[in-house]
Write a protein that binds this ligand. Sequence first.
Ligand code: IMP
Length: 424
Amino acid sequence: MNRILIGAQWGDEGKGKIIDLLTAKSDIVVRYQGGNNAGHTVKFDSETCVLHLIPSGILHAGKICVIGGGVVLDPEAFFEEVRALEKRNIRVRGRLFVSDQAHMIFPYHKLLDRLKEESASEKDMIGTTKKGIGPCYADKMARLGIRVADLKYLDYFAQRLESVLKERNETLRKIYNHPGLSFKEIFSKFKKYRKELLEFAIDTPRYLYDATKRGKSVLFEGAQGTLLDVDHGTYPFVTSSNASVGGAITGSGVSPTVIDRVIGVVKAYTTRVGEGPFPSQFPPRLLKHIQTKGEEFGATTGRPRRCGWFDAVIARHSVRINGLDEMAIMKLDILSGLSEIKIATAYRIGGKIRKDYPHSTYEFSHAQPVYETMKGWKEDLSGVKRWKDFPLNAQKYLKRIETILETPIKIISVGSKRAQTVFL
Ligand code: IMP
């Protein structure tokens, strides 16, 4: 069984928990897009560790993890995670593979990301994670990228770095009045990473082709969410990769014919970190309450996430783009205690009711949510084990979401622990 797991909102849906559950049923876990802008908090006994790049499947003994060619890889961040895992006696070598097609994030990508954000006017700010993700993908598309495979031949790598850096230093000087970065410093840094990084590097499409032919079960884990997808998200307030289903195909180099199921993860409400329109955002008091109760702070940047009612317009858009077979709904327990609960089922834009997500950024930024209001429930859900134990109003809320999205909910999460999961 090969499954793709997708975030169906703006990321941070709680994919990590479902990935952990599905990893148990898989042989191989593949990350296919994004970079160390993602974050998955993992608890080790009394310590907490955040994995940004390496699939959390690495914590399950015997599972193979693959970082696909669609990922942008910052060697510095990669080795930090490798060392942190090894320090905890987790075997990484021979179990973790990196695509030799993956583009590498260089210091100038991080610098450009930061300078661009700092110099942007308020309305043009994206609120990026400043990890160099956007500039690295931009270079990939501009054919100025440097891939892991380019490290194999040091002379070639040096030549390539020299010519790309020349161009990027021009940008730094002319646009940002920055003196530019030194070739020598970057080259010597990457020369140090080179041997060790190449030990992890393989031809991942070939590896995955052979594995799926032999009947191995693969889990493709998406980072971020569909509304952050560069094509299908709330452009330009998106990340620079394809976080939706297509990214799993191009980013790992497998054919869509090997995929059996696509699973979408939604939160029982909506959150967003970074800039961009958010029609169903809560009023301030409720925002503070859910932020605190739901611990809605970014795993990568620590920024508070904006929170709002469940937006069925964007979720329906995700269902269609990804062809979701089923959904997992997370953090339902956080909504306990609210007298009423709303679902945004349409937008009012310029006096007209629109049921579909508008591609025009201007229209989206003027969208007023049209709500359906349902009764809330008081009961604490954190101990619920079966469907029939949910309060009637919680059942009605879930059923309504299923109906609007025309997609069955198969997993309901009521807390961060594995046991706090109801399978339907
Ligand atoms: P970038 O990916 O750092 O370029 O940031 C672009 C946008 O995507 C910003 O709004 C970020 O806050 C958002 N973003 C990137 N990664 C994540 C994530 O893992 N969860 C939620 N938002 C993210």
